[in-house]
Design a protein around this ligand. Structure first.
Ligand code: SAH
Length: 227
């Protein structure tokens, strides 16, 4: 994307868009999300700028949508649900697995978190690296393998996995602070169970299994460096 094109896109967050967002936020509230910090963040992040111009209506409908490289931007309700389970406080260091479009990253930044986000698709990583700063956001974005996390930057107050994990990666548990929370959809098939993990002490975790969701899979065994 050219810088000029991005500036043009950035200018296109009009009152009309904000009105569409307000309706989406209302719909999400009606579905049971009452965390005001999450709802305000969703009102502030212009979701349509994460999709191609032609998909304005889809951007403000509560559904997942394709973003290229065979991946999707999560459904707004799912983003809201995971974000509220995370109980982010201002200044928290948050590790996100699966940058994708960068939308969830921006929601966390709006909530006052310092976000470190990993993506395994080079194309999506590169796009987010240009788009997010153009929208005024400053996350730390990494092209790499989410199963490994970011040992050099941890431990983290919060970890959010936005792809369907076949199991809970040991490296991520290690990189969670004591007292920290991880939110991760777990399941090998089509359906994953949203799971929260509270780290009580090294090797001691409290786990809760919540509702079912469908995520794109968290993938392993990539030949790094080949895009
Ligand atoms: N948070 C994103 C959701 C994107 S979908 C958003 O708001 O748009 C999940 C993303 O996880 C996909 O982009 C996929 O490429 C990525 N992913 C899958 N396996 C991964 C892994 N092992 N490490 C890092 N990212 C991974």
């Amino acid at each position: 994307m050219q810088a000029e094109e991005i500036i043009m896109i950035v200018r296109e967050d009009t009152l009309k868009h904000q009105g569409m967002r307000k309706k989406l936020v209302e719909a999400i509230r009606e579905k049971g999300i009452d965390d005001q910090a999450v709802l305000s963040a969703m009102q502030n992040v212009p979701r349509h700028l994460f999709l191609d111009k032609a998909f304005l209506v889809q951007a403000y409908t509560d559904q997942a949508f394709r973003i290229g490289a065979g991946q999707t931007i999560s459904q707004p309700y799912t983003v809201a649900y995971q974000s509220s389970l995370l109980h982010v406080s201002k200044g928290d260091k948050v590790l996100e697995i699966g940058t994708g479009s960068g939308y969830q990253t921006c929601i966390l930044l709006e909530m006052g978190a310092k976000v470190f986000s990993i993506e395994r698709q080079k194309e999506l990583h590169d796009k987010a690296k240009v788009l997010l700063p153009a929208l005024g956001y400053s996350p730390k974005l990494f092209y790499g393998d989410g199963f490994k996390g970011l040992p050099a930057y941890g431990p983290f107050d919060r970890i959010i996995v936005t792809c369907g994990a076949p199991y809970i990666p040991e490296d991520l548990l290690k990189q969670l602070k004591i007292g920290g929370i991880m939110v991760i959809p777990v399941g090998e098939g089509e359906v994953q169970v949203m799971t929260t993990i509270l780290k009580i002490a090294e090797g001691n975790y409290e786990k809760h299994e919540l509702k079912n969701f469908r995520f794109v899979p968290m993938l392993e065994d990539k030949e790094w460096g080949k895009g």
